[in-house]
Design a binder for this molecule. Structure first.
Ligand code: ATP
Ligand code: MG
Length: 395
């Protein structure tokens, strides 16, 4: 059994010592059985939250109304969640009320897919009520119980289904897919933020092409911000056979394939509720990618992109069958005379002093011009050279 589980074993033992049940559940069990790296282990227990808080000295209430207590243990944080059923579904969304139960099987029954409904006890024994291990072997995403009901209860599960197909490189079980075809429109009820999380994981999955194809075929794309009118472009994008290792590359290549013009990228990303910081980075990256596809970046283009975006874009073009050269981007960036405005050898005050005039808007423009000349190596970045240039031009 995996080292990450071993580290968390004392938690299970302590819960069991006072007479409750506890198991590893969810994604970590699935990924361990697949021989994949595991990130966070989740624990499910028959103990109620108040009982968990009595067992462990250091706990944080992270979602106590949903039965989740975070336990700090051995320098790590673990989420321990009470077995529960989700009885009252409203508006096709996650329920607002949960009911705690004492049975593991009840808890696993409310989970989304058979491969996510596995539990493992402290000896590494797998509890499998829904044939999840077989589906794991076959590489199948299949709803637990009636897919119709499960998607009706929580429409986000439809996005999760295609996301797991992409992430795990699995195929979707027939009835599960049929149910998504039928219930696609329920996705409208789900908040953009929750859809966006799944969509990003879908794009970043190793089976992105397969996941995207399902995303299109099931019709889910029509209920995602800004995508309804782009079916054929999405189909094009689904031909893309590379990995999109970061959110930046995922958004950038999506926008590139959709052919959304640079001035409309912000509106598109706003629809997905992206942060301002991410919108800025993606907009810059899309512009840089379009330029880079036509020709290697000029010094000025490289300077404006910055090293991080320039390198990510170089990675992207390599996947678009354009010859790429990461090393040369690095060395050329290193060789830029300045990396930002603050590297310019004069300040606005130096310029004002030389010209003996009052500041105004023109000063910013002069600095922009100086910046550009330095980056393009038409002006040396020394105080003397710059002030001489200023005198010649403006005095
Ligand atoms: P990841 O590796 O991306 O974290 P995960 O399977 O752990 O994948 P989470 O979103 O962390 O996914 O959820 C943990 C577990 O909770 C899932 O494995 C599943 O059993 C259950 N679960 C999560 N979301 C839902 C949902 N909408 N409906 C039913 N069960 C869910
Ligand atoms: Mg998880």
């Amino acid at each position: 059994i995996h080292q990450t589980f071993v580290q968390a074993l004392p938690l299970i033992e302590q819960i069991e010592a006072v007479g409750f049940e506890a198991y590893f559940v969810g994604g970590s069990v699935r990924d361990a059985l697949l021989g994949k790296e595991i990130n966070d282990v989740d624990i499910a227990t028959s103990a109620f939250p108040a009982e968990i808080k009595q067992i462990f000295p250091k706990t944080i209430d992270v979602g106590i109304e949903h039965g989740t207590v975070m336990v700090l243990w051995d320098g790590e944080a673990y989420e321990i969640t009470t077995f529960r059923t989700e009885s009252t579904y409203q508006d096709f969304r996650r329920p607002d009320k949960v009911e705690f139960v004492r049975s593991l099987e009840e808890d696993l029954k409310r989970r989304d897919f058979t491969v996510n409904a596995l539990a493992m006890d402290k000896n590494g024994q797998i509890m499998d009520y829904f044939n999840g291990q077989e589906d794991l072997k076959q590489g199948i995403i299949k709803a637990v119980g009636s897919p119709q009901e499960r998607f009706h209860e929580d429409a986000l599960r439809m996005m999760r289904a295609v996301r797991f197909v992409s992430q795990l490189g699995f195929t979707m079980e027939h009835d599960t897919q049929e149910a998504i075809n039928q219930h696609q429109a329920l996705l409208e009820k789900i908040s953009v933020e929750r859809i966006a999380i799944e969509f990003m994981k879908l794009l970043q999955g190793k089976g992105c092409s397969k996941g995207l194809t399902l995303f299109i075929d099931t019709g889910l794309y029509q209920y995602c911000p800004g995508l309804a009118a782009y079916r054929s472009q999405l189909v094009q994008f689904a031909q893309f056979e590379g990995e999109l290792p970061t959110r930046l590359s995922a958004w950038t290549l999506l926008l590139y394939h959709l052919g959304i013009p640079t001035e409309k990228t912000t509106a598109f990303l706003k629809g997905w509720k992206c942060s301002n910081k991410e919108m800025q980075a993606v907009t810059l990256a899309v512009g840089t990618l379009r330029t880079r596809i036509n020709h290697p970046l000029t010094s000025l283009e490289l300077y404006h992109a910055g090293l991080e975006i320039a390198l990510e874009v170089e990675e992207m073009v390599s996947k678009l069958q354009v010859p790429a050269d990461l090393e040369s981007v690095k060395t050329r960036y290193e060789q830029l005379a300045i990396k930002g405005k603050s590297d310019i050898a004069v300040t606005g005050n130096d310029i004002l002093a030389v010209l003996a005039i009052k500041p105004g808007r023109w000063l910013g423009e002069v600095l922009n011009e100086i910046e550009q000349l330095i980056v393009t190596e038409q002006l040396e970045n020394t105080k003397e050279a710059i002030l001489n240039w200023v005198k010649n031009k403006y005095q």
